[in-house]
Design a protein around this ligand. Structure first.
Ligand SMILES: [Zn+2]
Length: 396
């Protein structure tokens, strides 16, 4: 998620404009002074980032993309600017006529599978969410170009494998990128071979974290450790229930959202190129924060999303959650649903609160679980939503 500008300014510990920094190529602990050798291996200061590398970046839907350096891109993020880095995927959405994305799906009124959903939701468990997120936020950073970002991805991957090892219909794969950290796709296959090519139901969250200055620690508890955990818990409950859908249901854990939606654009582009049909994509970015003095809600984004799918998600919230829905907007390219929207697919996004009330500690060392406003029971409401989305759209 992108932080509102005012919070970003607070989070940034110093200015990034130092000319010396622009010429540095950070590689393997050579540029960062470290006091103790044992901290090197713990911290894995292993980066391959050329701050002078030119990137093609788009800041608004109605503006042309511009070439800027990686350094200026980091600075734009720290200033709270929304953008998509389209260097590797400039033609995303150009062949949406091949993927069938131009034909819009209709969505049912929820309630057709309510008995099964309520049964699965009973098994959602805050303590397993807490223990996963504690470990997930223990990596120094999950920045997509860092070694610890790779390690956190491997930890997430092995957790998914363990949770579903008993279920023969689950396939877990890495989606490799040109940077260190892969995206992960965990798929519930439908019961028969001929249903495997049916339109896919996608649930997404981003696994990477960042500090406003990416070389600093980034626990990323809320952004987007919380969305990742809400999705993971839904995945665990579905796997435990031996969920076997009528069409493929995929949980995506994207890399490099913080680099300008890089991972989700690569995945969406791959689906577009292969002509994969998508029944609907629901993304979650930040699901933990309930600001003091505000009503607890499940917020859904009205911009850069599909109106019919957003209505469907709102109806799921009404049907299955203990908290009400609220509508909000988060701006151009605020998270990975925007990549699927750009590809022409129908996408929705759910988040912890209306945009005014989101957690302002993100992109800093303060994005931890240790705040009274950080709520695992709030996160669990989003797990319920993910289960409902998977079962209602994944079943006939
Ligand atoms: Zn973020």
């Amino acid at each position: 998620m992108l932080v509102p500008a005012a919070a970003a300014a607070l989070a940034l510990p110093f200015t990034l404009a130092a000319p010396a920094a622009r010429s540095l190529v950070f590689q393997h602990d050579s540029n960062i002074p470290i006091a103790k050798p044992d901290i090197i291996s713990q911290s894995s200061y292993d980066w391959s980032m050329d701050l002078n590398e030119l990137r093609l970046v788009q800041f608004a839907e109605d503006e042309l993309a511009v070439w800027i350096t990686e350094h200026d891109k980091i600075r734009a993020r720290a200033d709270g600017k929304n953008f998509m880095d389209i260097t590797d995927t400039p033609s995303l959405g150009f062949s949406s006529f091949l993927s069938g994305a131009l034909v819009k799906n209709e969505y049912p009124a929820p309630g057709n599978h309510s008995k099964a959903i309520k049964e699965i939701n009973k098994n959602l468990d805050v303590s397993s969410m807490r223990s996963f997120l504690k470990e997930f936020t223990g990596f120094r950073t999950r920045y997509y170009r860092s070694d610890t970002g790779k390690q956190s991805q491997q930890f997430l991957m092995s957790t998914l494998q363990k949770l579903s090892s008993h279920h023969k219909g689950v396939e877990i794969s890495e989606f490799a990128h040109t940077w260190t950290q892969s995206s992960i796709i965990a798929r519930f296959n439908p019961s028969s071979e001929d249903l495997k090519s049916a339109p896919v139901v996608i649930l997404g969250a981003h696994q990477d974290s960042t500090n406003a200055w990416p070389f600093l620690p980034a626990p990323g508890a809320d952004d987007d450790g919380s969305g990742t955990t809400s999705m993971l818990e839904a995945f665990r409950a579905l796997a435990t229930a031996n969920f076997t859908p009528s069409r493929p249901v995929e949980f995506h854990f994207y890399s490099a959202e913080e680099g300008g939606l890089l991972g989700s654009q690569a995945v969406a582009k791959d689906y577009e190129d292969r002509g994969v049909k998508v029944r609907g994509m629901m993304h979650m970015d930040m699901t933990a924060w309930v600001k003091k003095g505000t009503e607890e809600v499940a917020a859904i984004m009205e911009d850069n999303t599909d109106p019919a799918l957003t209505d469907f998600v709102e109806a799921l919230i009404v049907e299955y959650l203990s908290i009400p829905a609220a509508r909000t907007k988060c701006g151009y390219a605020c998270s990975d649903h925007a990549s699927f929207t750009k590809a022409g697919y129908q996408a929705a996004c759910a988040s912890e609160s209306t945009f005014d009330n989101i957690n302002h500690n993100i992109h800093s060392t303060q994005d931890t679980i240790d705040h009274p406003e950080f709520s695992f029971s709030h996160m669990k409401e989003f797990s319920k939503l993910a289960v409902a989305f998977a079962v209602e759209l994944g079943s006939k």
